[in-house]
Write a protein that binds this ligand. Structure first.
Ligand SMILES: Nc1nc2c(ncn2[C@@H]2O[C@H](COP(=O)(O)OP(=O)(O)OP(=O)(O)O)[C@@H](O)[C@H]2O)c(=O)[nH]1
Ligand SMILES: [Mg+2]
Length: 208
């Protein structure tokens, strides 16, 4: 129950779109499933190259419910133009595998390809995955932090497999962006208030 006693499902939803980029095999799909469903299965999943999932965070505000829409595009997928993939995204998470230097190099290349224009305004986060494989690590935390700092990005280390830091990372970024959005003076003006005769569809989120 939200603070003003409004049932959570009746709160207005504020959508924040996250995108995944990064090297093939860095663990994007497994991280998405870990966060959205809290599971990790060893067998590989064929998600046809692109997938998205919703995750809700309640009790942040008496009036609004955070709805994270998280997009995962396989590195090798040619579906969706970059313009379509990046549109309306608030944050891009660039993944690499801490046991694979090639994957780190791919993340560097991916970072260069992120569009930064007035139409595409994103925060960028670098994510080193598979820290459960510490004995096989080839990218040190220090090297990754330096790379992130050089690109004005924040760095997170996670393990989708062992469920280390995955929920903390997305919850932290999601909450920060949520408060930034609802504290924006333009927010209430842009956002259409639902009327009793025309409630917003339950399956959708408000896109700002
Ligand atoms: N040890 C370990 N293995 C992981 C972890 N995350 C993913 N993997 C494994 O790494 C492989 C690739 O994971 P995916 O999630 O499919 O990687 P991806 O980034 O989605 O790859 P593409 O879709 O090809 O771009 C799979 O065999 C996973 O089981 C992790 O945290 N630790
Ligand atoms: Mg994948």
């Amino acid at each position: 129950m939200a603070k003003n006693n409004t049932p959570q499902q009746d709160l207005e939803r504020v959508m924040i779109k996250f995108l995944f980029r990064g090297g093939s095999g860095s663990g994007k799909t497994k991280t998405l499933i870990r966060y959205a469903e809290n599971t990790f299965e060893e067998q590989d999943i064929n998600n046809d190259g692109i997938d998205f999932k919703y995750k809700y965070i309640d009790d942040l505000d008496p009036n609004y419910r955070l709805c994270l829409q998280i997009w995962d595009k396989s590195t090798n997928s040619k579906r969706f133009t970059p313009q379509a993939y990046y549109r309306n995204a608030s944050a891009v998470f660039v993944f690499f595998d801490v046991t694979d230097r090639q994957s780190f190099n791919s993340a560097k290349e991916e970072l260069k390809g992120i569009p930064h224009t007035n139409e595409f305004i994103h925060e960028v986060y670098i994510v080193g995955n598979k820290i459960d494989l510490e004995s096989k690590r080839v990218i040190s935390r220090e090297e990754a932090i330096e790379f992130a700092q050089d690109n004005a990005a924040q760095y997170y280390e996670i393990s989708a497999k062992e469920n280390i830091n995955v929920h903390q990372m997305f919850d932290e970024v999601g909450k920060a962006l949520f408060y930034k959005k609802i504290d924006d003076p333009n927010f209430a003006i842009i956002k259409p208030k639902p009327t009793p005769s025309a409630p917003p569809p339950k399956s959708s989120c408000i896109i700002q």
